[in-house]
Design a protein around this ligand. Sequence first.
Ligand code: NAD
Ligand code: MG
Length: 388
Amino acid sequence: MDIKKKKKICILGSTGSIGTQTLQVIEEHPDLFEAYVLTAHSQADLLITQAKKYRPSAVVIADESRYEYVREALADEPIQVYAGADALCQVVQMEPVDVVLTALVGFAGLRPTLSAIEAGKPIALANKETLVVAGELVTRKCMEYRVPILPVDSEHSAIFQSLMGEQSPIEKIILTASGGPFRTFTPSQLKDVTPAMALKHPNWDMGAKITIDSASMMNKGFEVIEARWLFDVEPAQIQVVVHPQSIVHSAVQFQDGAVKAQLGAPDMRVPIQLALSYPERLESTFPRIDWWDMKDLTFERPDLNKFRCLQMAYEAIRMGGNAACIVNAANEVVNLAFRQERCPFLEMANIIEQTLQKMAHQENLNLDDYLACDAEARQVADSFIRRL
Ligand code: NAD
Ligand code: MG
């Protein structure tokens, strides 16, 4: 890395779990990294605090009703303030931006990510939903504009690290999963789980949406799809292995049977930092594994009958076209409904499945097709929830 020139980072979703940890990484290396753009959905106060502390060139508040509030609070600062979803697509293209870290949640990541790719900006990708929804379009655009995607998701970073220095084909990816808080629950126990129970993840402290996805294992299903696009492998080459301790972050098996894995304490700042510093590794003060303290490392088969969302992700890849976009949209609807106690835990998989069955299959989608498919699938999923 050119040490004279600081990398200017645009963080989409700087107020969230990944966003705030990205700012911690920047703070560890003030000589190397600079927060150039910060964006948030509606957490205006935190965005203002961050802007005053990190002094970016621009901020975006996606929720336009909060624009005046943010603009007034930053009136004395040399910071441009924008609002709205379209502004996200514009700031990612700002000339000085060196890398766009996508830490916003859900389908909302798709348009700004495509916009960044079209401006030739490298992507540090946390927003997995973008690849789930439109992996085909996004990877095609990356080839066209010669834009790299550096994975932030811990499993995909582990796979990426296991592939460093390798030219030989992948035989199999071993995608590890913690199994979430309900790993040992019986189906009858799962029937009655509450949002509060699901929001307590055993190993990771994450945003609410991904925490619920982890409890239903939809997150692992999405990670299968994400791995399929990032590493160009067939679904049958991706084996999900439940590893409750979250120390082995994932692994790659090669043609000679050798397996390379990446291990570490569960801390997202490690993959975030690598995505920003690649191909170099930088020093860090983050926790290390204490090998004497390490209890058993265990590995189990995932229960696909209990965690049907994981099975559905494999089905969505098999179907191709708009199937994963439908699954993602329906999941966003049921995930929120579950958090608001409008949808029981086990109904989430049923509604996603029913939405997938009801919608027409479509191939070769462009951005407008994805936007239309997402909107329609949300309506369909919502109508199933209202019938509960
Ligand atoms: P979070 O809910 O903590 O934060 C989300 C951020 O996105 C916030 O800054 C919010 O203001 C912004 N945002 C939300 N909706 C938006 C919208 N419609 N328009 C613009 N901005 C919006 O989420 P998180 O846990 O940080 O996760 C972010 C992404 O990273 C997700 O795609 C998630 O799957 C992925 N990820 C997270 C983790 C983790 O440890 N948290 C790990 C791997 C991958
Ligand atoms: Mg992950």
